[in-house]
Design a protein around this ligand. Structure first.
Ligand code: ZN
Length: 260
């Protein structure tokens, strides 16, 4: 199952995505599946219909918790050790943009980079959950690009600006519940050329452990999102690039890049 959030010019609505490619359809559902039981409304809309635009499948009401250096090869490419415990930081909900929304390069950075990541969407209030029970608290999985102003990250000991600026968290294209994420391929392509490649099985701390560890510090609320770290191969984004983050079994999150 794939759950999308979309607009046809009016208020955002939710839908199940059925079919592939040109035949894909949005089966519109009532309400917000994160917070209430939902029913099909009977309306079906072709995904490629004029005026249909997919939105970020969730805008966290509370927080995005992200994990740094969770793939050994990525830590090594910046000369960093793998941390002994997960390295956590926040991205604000104002950093979220949807599929096809432009990543606008901030004027104050000369080195903005892509970081393709598996994203976890929390479905229940979660505090001090064990790794064994952690996946029961997951609503589903989606794709994120943890866009990073690398020069600013290096220059400032807090990463709030480098990783939290407007548009620095593309999410989408939809949420897949019930997915086994132990060993999924993650790739990032820029203008069709491969930049990043890894598998979720290479995470230093796996998804159940991350949820458990994070929930010992922060109460996770429905709609909160966890970014699970990026594999090796991060690199710069330039004006007019097209960046695709693909996670096996989920899909592809595509965003253009603009410098205004
Ligand atoms: Zn990251």
């Amino acid at each position: 199952m794939r759950i999308a959030r979309f607009t046809r010019g009016s208020d955002p609505r939710y839908a199940l995505v059925e079919g592939e490619g040109d035949a894909a359809e949005l089966v519109v559902i009532s309400g917000d599946p994160l917070y209430m039981p939902v029913q099909p409304t009977g309306e079906r809309v072709p995904l490629d219909d004029d005026g249909v635009r997919l939105l970020a499948p969730v805008i966290p009401r509370s927080k995005i918790v992200a994990v740094g250096r969770n793939y050994a090869e990525h830590a090594a490419e910046h000369g960093n050790e793998v941390p002994a415990t997960p390295l956590l930081f926040f991205k604000p909900n104002t950093s979220v943009i949807g599929p096809d929304d432009p990543i606008v390069l901030p004027s104050w950075s000369q080195q903005v980079e892509h970081e393709g990541e598996l994203a976890v969407v929390i479905g229940k209030v979660t505090k001090d959950v064990s790794p064994e029970r952690a996946l029961d608290h997951v609503f589903g999985f989606t794709i994120a690009n943890d866009v990073t102003a690398r020069d600013v990250q290096r220059a400032e000991s807090q990463w709030a600006r480098a990783k939290g600026f407007d548009g620095s968290c593309p999410l989408g294209p939809w949420i897949v519940p019930g997915l086994d994420v132990e060993d999924l391929e993650i790739t990032v392509d820029v203008n069709g050329g491969r930049r990043q490649h890894g598998r979720t099985s290479q995470m230093v701390f796996d998804v159940p452990y991350l949820i458990s560890y994070i929930s010992e510090a922060f109460t996770l609320l429905p709609g909160d999102v966890i970014l699970t770290g990026t594999p090796a191969g991060v690199g710069p984004l330039e004006h007019r690039d097209i960046v695709d983050v693909t996670v096996e079994e989920i899909g592809t999150l595509r965003n253009p890049v603009l410098r205004r």
